[in-house]
Design a protein around this ligand. Structure first.
Ligand code: HEM
Length: 185
């Protein structure tokens, strides 16, 4: 994955827990990279090792780390670094999620070698939908849960993504039942 992803994990850890924890995480992960370059590609293995080591060093489950990372990705990385792109995604949570299938096509203009996930939205109502997540990368289900929660906070529409089908349990791909509350008018 692009270095941007590992840099975002670094930022999540250093801002929330301090530099020393980040150094401890890199050491535990056996990752010997001083500075991650956003637009340089790194092996996915590095990201998985950092998440695993963060879980051990911070005393959190991998699920908790991935959810925190998803929220951080939306509310800090995406919003601060790519505000215009995020705003182009829509004016409400529902609109953003409906546009999600095309979102990484725009991201690909910045990161041409991107191997993006693919999303589909089905059974859409004003406060819920079925979100289908296709990826060739295993283990990132809870990252999506955190991303949806982060988007809910961004749009003042508290949201939850409940897993209803898992690729690891034989489904074709992961499916979430996403629900949210509309912001006060
Ligand atoms: C401006 C905002 C965003 C940027 C710049 C961005 C960029 C990226 C990058 C660089 C990767 C790593 C993949 C690679 O390097 O090949 C990635 C992965 C991913 N992105 Fe985004 N992204 C953004 C917003 C979002 C949002 C809002 C979602 C919401 C669902 C999302 C969902 C994901 C997921 C689930 C992955 C994991 C890869 C996979 O499942 O295969 N991204 N994105």
């Amino acid at each position: 994955m692009y270095g941007l992803v590992n840099k975002a994990i670094e930022e999540l850890v250093t801002t929330g827990y301090g530099e020393e924890k980040w150094e401890a995480i890199k050491t535990k992960a056996g990752v010997d990279v001083e500075v991650f370059i956003s637009n340089q590609g790194y092996s996915d293995e590095i990201t998985y090792k950092l998440v695993g080591a963060a879980s051990e060093v911070l005393g959190l489950t991998v699920r908790e780390v991935l959810i925190a990372f998803g929220e951080h990705w939306v509310l800090k990385t995406a919003l601060h670094g790519y505000g215009a792109l995020m705003r182009s995604g829509g004016g409400s949570l529902k609109e953003f999620l409906i546009n999600l299938p095309n979102f990484h096509t725009r991201v690909q203009m910045i990161y041409p070698q991107l191997q993006p996930p693919r999303f589909e939205c089905l059974d859409v109502t004003d406060t819920s939908m079925s979100l289908h997540y296709h990826t060739r990368r295993p283990g990132l289900t809870d990252f999506v849960v955190g991303l949806v929660q982060g988007l809910g906070k961004l749009y003042h529409s508290p949201a939850a993504a409940e897993v209803v089908a898992l690729k690891t349990e034989g489904a074709d791909h992961d499916i979430f039942h996403v629900t949210w509350t509309l912001p006060a008018a």
